[in-house]
Ligand binder design. Structure first.
Ligand code: NOJ
Length: 567
């Protein structure tokens, strides 16, 4: 077996201020579904506080808390009415401040979500814009335009919403006449801010400082490529069959325009003025890895979620290509890679990996519900070892560590994601990955809320074997696997700062070396793969091995003899 070294990955080391983030494991918390302290069936800040010991024991380094701000909930909290406080259903600002302090005491950093492509339609700015009328300073904070056609009854251009249907909604003016249209890249309840307006810039800088002053360590920036639009708002050349999901994004006037980068530089300067400097991770879906790297230039954001890896599914060639492309494109900008398998927007990977099509479609648009969960779980275990051995940051979504499957049979009346309505009930959207976590007990609410409470999304009755409580005492459980993997990752510097080189294996097997001694090997093929000559000391496997053979859908971490020491 020979090693093929890839160009040294500069992102592995460094003494620049953000170096400390380069190998962190981030754990995404979806607040309403993590833990419910006050017994109303909705997760809350005090629930998070009570579970900090669990998160510290799991071995992650940082928490990303999805939006916790006041919100009417038209898009799961991504429609915000007040950026400087906490949704009363979730807690108070004082509790959030305590959470940040307590997380720091537990050795965990805190990243919060910043959603400023749009506000809620109930944000005071938008309410004022509706009242103020065309041409007003209030309307200029958003993207209002007159309609087209003889009576203005046609939208200003052909843009689609990311959630399906058109991206414009016509309002009724204060005098009762049909009026202007406003742009919403997402739901109509999420009007797009106008980032050509300096007032929008200064407001967001002030919001950043508000949270940085409270000790928040970083920001996950939502929907970054949507923020700046090409002047004049020209039509987009969509593929008519694909609509917004269209691949023709390279020069789309509504996505990933050059103007966005000035905003990124403005934010970076704010973060760099803090001690320690604050950190940004971007949610930026782009048409190519090169375009993504543009957001990670030294004076822009620090890292970005890796959707190529997530979309690669359980396919050796696609995974290999995603890893290579990621490392190659991030090297020139010296940004760390991130490795993501699931999030609050994706079908959970246990379910995806058990399907015929294992890739992610993004935003829950997939309708293939049949899945072999046992197979998906086996693969998810192997994928965890792959994800945690790759160089850079790993991003876990709450419940990954429990091997939760997607809940594909939520009753229709329980569905809350706007995608369900906006696609005319053709896509169930993302609620199935947002079901409250099972902590303990044998029946819903599984310790998420006090017994007898109805949770905001119903949990399946058959999750008793997936609870934290039942997995803690099971040496074969997904939770045990994650804890062990994260322990080894901390114990061996090679996992964090060691170089990366591919090993020469058959195409259906992925194998690479980190540093001098650690090898990660993943068998995506249909027959056992002999691992005898990769090293004799097996640190961890995702499933049983057959003597010297690694079975299909199984991964192993192997160390050279000199590397072994118990963590
Ligand atoms: C990306 C978020 O992750 C998603 O949940 C949300 O619907 C959109 N951005 C709009 O804010």
């Amino acid at each position: 077996m020979t090693d093929t070294a890839v160009a040294p990955h500069r992102g592995l080391e460094g003494d620049e201020p953000a170096a400390a983030w380069r190998h962190q494991v981030i754990y995404e918390i979806y607040p309403k579904s993590f833990a419910d302290d006050n017994g109303d069936g909705v997760g809350d800040v005090n629930g998070m506080r009570s579970r900090l010991p669990y998160l510290a024991r799991l071995g992650v380094d940082a928490l990303w808390i999805a939006p916790w701000y006041p919100s009417p909930g038209a898009d799961g909290g991504y429609d915000i009415t007040d950026y400087r406080s906490i949704d009363p259903a979730v807690g108070t600002l004082a509790e959030a401040e305590r959470l940040v302090e307590e997380a720091h005491e537990a050795g965990l950093r805190v990243i919060i979500d910043l959603v400023v492509n749009h506000t809620s339609d109930q944000h005071p700015w938008f309410v004022a814009a509706l009242k103020a009328g065309p041409g007003s300073a209030e309307r200029a904070r958003y993207t209002f335009r007159d309609g087209t056609g003889t009576d203005g009854s046609l939208p200003p251009n052909n843009w689609f919403s990311a959630f399906g249907d058109r991206a414009w909604t016509r309002i009724t003016e204060p005098d009762g006449r049909p009026g202007q249209w406003y742009l919403h890249t997402f739901a109509p309840e999420q009007p797009d801010l106008d980032w050509t307006n300096p007032e929008v810039h200064s407001e967001v800088v002030d919001i950043l400082k508000f949270w940085f002053d409270r000790g928040v360590d970083g920001i996950r920036a939502d929907a970054v490529p949507a923020m700046a639009k090409t002047a004049g708002l020209p039509d987009t050349p969509y593929d008519p069959a694909l609509g917004f999901q269209s691949a023709i994004w390279t020069d789309a006037p509504n996505w990933d325009t050059h103007e966005i980068h000035a905003i990124m530089r403005e934010w970076r300067a704010v973060a760099d003025a803090y001690d320690p400097p604050r950190f940004f991770v971007a949610e930026a879906v782009t048409c190519s890895a090169e375009r993504l790297a543009n957001y990670l230039r030294p004076d822009e954001l620090h890292a970005a979620f890796n959707f190529d890896f997530l979309r690669a599914g359980w396919d050796a060639a696609r995974i290999l290509s995603a890893i290579n492309t990621t490392l190659e494109t991030l090297q020139p900008v010296n940004a760390p890679a991130t490795w993501v398998l699931s999030s609050h927007d994706e079908t959970r990977h246990v379910t995806r990996f058990g399907r015929a099509d294992t890739s992610a479609s993004l935003m829950g648009f997939d309708l293939d519900l049949n899945s072999d969960i046992a197979k998906g779980t086996r693969r998810a275990r192997a994928a965890a070892l792959l994800q945690l051995a790759l160089p850079g940051m790993a991003c876990l979504y709450q419940g990954d560590e429990l091997g939760l499957p997607e809940v594909t049979d939520l009753p229709e009346e329980a569905l809350q994601d706007p995608i369900w309505e906006r696609t005319g009930h053709t896509s169930r959207g993302r609620d199935g990955c947002r079901v409250p976590l099972p902590w303990g007990g044998t029946e819903p609410p599984f310790g998420f809320s006090p017994a007898g409470t109805r949770t905001w999304l119903p949990q399946p009755d058959n999750w008793r074997h997936l609870t934290v409580e039942s997995q803690e005492s099971d040496p074969q459980s997904m939770l045990t696997l994650y804890r062990e993997a994260l322990t080894w990752r901390r114990a061996y510097p090679d996992f964090r700062t060691g170089g990366f080189s591919w090993l020469d294996t058959p195409p259906e097997v992925i194998a690479f070396r980190r540093g001098k001694g650690i090898v990660c090997v993943v068998n995506l093929g249909a027959t056992d793969f002999p691992i005898g000559d990769l090293g004799t000391i097996i640190l961890l496997t995702s499933g049983p091995t057959n003597g010297g053979g690694l079975p299909p859908d199984t991964a192993a971490w192997i160390a050279a003899p000199s590397e072994r020491s118990a963590p």
